[in-house]
Design a protein around this ligand. Structure first.
Ligand SMILES: *[C@@H]1O[C@H](CO)[C@@H](O)[C@H](O)[C@H]1NC(C)=O
Ligand SMILES: *[C@@H]1O[C@H](CO)[C@@H](O)[C@H](O)[C@H]1NC(C)=O
Ligand SMILES: *[C@@H]1O[C@H](CO)[C@@H](O)[C@H](O)[C@H]1NC(C)=O
Ligand SMILES: *[C@@H]1O[C@H](CO)[C@@H](O)[C@H](O)[C@H]1NC(C)=O
Length: 235
């Protein structure tokens, strides 16, 4: 986490230079602007994970590191649309190396959560593609009254941050959820989304990555009725 945080500071400095040098180049300006925001967020999540561990809040640390990793992916995905100079290529490769650090930190914290100090039992973590998180205790059967139809409905049910650190977890079952806009208002600071794994729970939309100014981070999706089944709970 220390290595990642320090490299994120370096990446932010380099991307600020990229932005300053990119006046008049729309793609690069957009990519650099997105990267400045998401890498700052990544660094903030790492500081939260780092602060959670000494008090035994290992699951919180996992959630924060998972977010930190997603943010570095988002920066790389934005830069792909401006991958036409060596400066951009070097930054991309550096940001990818930070994703690797974040991924390793997440893997270590996962093992600590699962096996504690018994490091002999530690193993290579499953990737998110394999379904990284344990299944939540409750199961949602299609058509149950407990199921919500849209992710947004679940987000709307999340309370505003009460300052007590409770997480509102929204579990989104495996499937391709097309054309939904999901907006998480700033006040709802403790919302966590859990899917069944990268490539399994997929949210897509009409704003395509590939259009100028659109990355995974900014691609908003539209529509309201295709979510088959989500459950939500607090702990
Ligand atoms: C992690 O926490 C320690 C102890 O509070 C602090 O000294 C260190 O700067 C923190 N590191 C990061 C990356 O936040
Ligand atoms: C960036 O561009 C280079 C040269 O065109 C290409 O080889 C590389 O695959 C690109 N990288 C990504 C991640 O798109
Ligand atoms: C690991 O060992 C330390 C020191 O003995 C202890 O404080 C901590 O609770 C242990 N952690 C787990 C998850 O067993
Ligand atoms: C900007 O990005 C779009 C979408 O990726 C691409 O079609 C276009 O060629 C890019 N423009 C420049 C100047 O690189």
């Amino acid at each position: 986490m220390a290595a990642s945080s320090s490299n994120l500071d370096t990446a932010l400095t380099n991307i600020k230079s990229l932005l300053d040098a990119s006046a008049g180049n729309k793609n690069r300006t957009i990519a650099a602007t997105i990267c400045l925001e998401v890498l700052h967020n990544s660094n903030y999540r790492i500081s939260l994970a780092n602060a959670s561990l000494p008090s035994g809040k290992t699951k919180d640390a996992r959630a924060w590191l998972s977010a930190a990793l997603a943010y570095t992916y988002d920066c790389s995905s934005s830069l792909k649309h401006a991958n036409d100079t060596n400066q951009v290529r070097e930054i991309m490769s550096f940001v990818d190396s930070i994703s690797t650090l974040n991924s390793n930190a997440l893997g270590l914290v996962f093992n600590y959560d699962a096996f504690g100090n018994d490091t002999a039992s530690w193993k290579l973590p499953n990737t998110e593609r394999d379904g990284f998180w344990e299944k939540p205790g409750s199961v949602c059967k299609g058509g149950d009254s407990g199921c919500l139809k849209t992710i947004q409905e679940a987000v709307n049910k999340a309370p505003d941050n009460d300052g007590k650190g409770k997480k509102f977890v929204i579990y989104i079952k495996e499937g391709v959820y097309e054309e939904e806009t999901v907006k998480v208002p700033l006040e709802k600071r403790n919302v966590v989304f859990l899917g069944d794994g990268m490539g399994k729970t997929v949210i897509t939309g009409s704003a395509n990555v590939g259009q100028p100014g659109v990355s995974t981070y900014t691609s908003a999706t539209v529509g309201e009725f295709l979510i088959k089944c989500s459950i939500y709970f607090m702990f």
